[in-house]
Design a protein around this ligand. Structure first.
Ligand code: ADP
Ligand code: ADP
Length: 233
């Protein structure tokens, strides 16, 4: 069975489902360890798909399964990074990376018991993305590229099985973006998590992903998905 399985999923926002239909009859299968990109025009439901997979939002109909289990609550096996890196400016890079461990059970308990181990893990991650020596800089002191590096570390510090990336590099200049591509690819090769990247940037999708899903909005609000297998370099 595929690691991530969406079968005929629709999602309509609003209390009693009277709002916008953000996804309509989407079916998708993703293997464990795969790097998938999702592209499509603004408003086609890419962020909504991420929210479904994180367990933050339930679907209105259809089925979302991860590792054979139906998703119906926020998942701890998921890490997320966004275009707006959402770092806390008055916390250091290191403190920002540690944040999920302080907030999410059961990591919270483990973290209080064995802080040194997790600090070591966070430092190693920061070193992995080229931020050795920047651990104690405050969020507000970091450049956009550095913030996204920290944001990747924060998304991975609890060692999730799935990494969800919602246009993480959309606000960066072209040079910084390509540096970040290599960093992300290296993290993925090292750690073997399953990645899903939402992007507007087709070269980015092609560079990073094993497969690209194109979601397009058509008259009648039907969402189409096609699967393109790309050879890896
Ligand atoms: P994308 O990420 O592809 O731009 P979204 O998933 O953000 O698309 O949005 C899909 C549709 O659902 C859009 O029409 C958007 O306005 C609507 N939408 C997104 N989030 C909400 C929300 N929390 N409440 C109501 N409508 C929403
Ligand atoms: P993106 O295109 O990157 O998904 P958006 O600007 O569409 O970003 O949405 C930003 C936030 O606003 C999201 O959290 C989304 O859920 C929310 N949102 C988008 N459209 C609506 C809407 N029509 N009603 C309520 N919330 C919305």
């Amino acid at each position: 069975a595929p690691f991530i399985h969406l079968n005929d999923v629709s999602l309509r926002y609003g209390e009693s489902g009277e709002g916008v239909e953000a996804l309509k009859r989407l079916s998708l299968n993703i293997s464990r360890g795969e790097f998938t990109a999702v592209v499509g025009p603004s408003g086609c439901g890419k962020s909504t798909l991420m929210r479904l997979l994180s367990g933050l939002t339930p679907c209105s109909s259809g089925k979302v399964c991860i590792d054979g289990k139906q998703v119906n609550q926020p998942l701890k096996t998921v890490g997320m990074a966004f275009q707006n890196s959402a770092l806390l400016p008055w916390r250091t890079a290191l403190e920002n990376v540690l944040l999920p461990l302080e907030v999410v059970e059961p990591y919270r308990r483990d973290f209080r018991r064995d802080k040194a181990r997790f600090v070591e893990r966070a430092r190693a991650l920061l070193a992995r993305v080229g931020l050795s020596g920047a651990e104690d800089l405050y969020g507000w002191e970091l450049s956009g590229g550095m913030q996204q590096r920290v944001s990747l570390c924060r998304a991975l510090v609890h060692e999730p099985e799935i990494l969800l990336l919602d246009e993480p590099f959309g606000a960066l200049d072209a040079f910084t973006r390509e540096e970040l591509w290599d960093i992300l690819q290296q993290l993925w090769l090292d750690r073997g998590f399953t990645a899903m990247l939402v992007t507007h940037d087709l070269p980015e999708a092609v560079y990073l992903a094993d497969s690209v899903h194109v979601i397009s909005e058509r008259p009648g609000y039907v969402v189409h998905t096609s699967h393109i297998d790309l050879p890896r370099p």
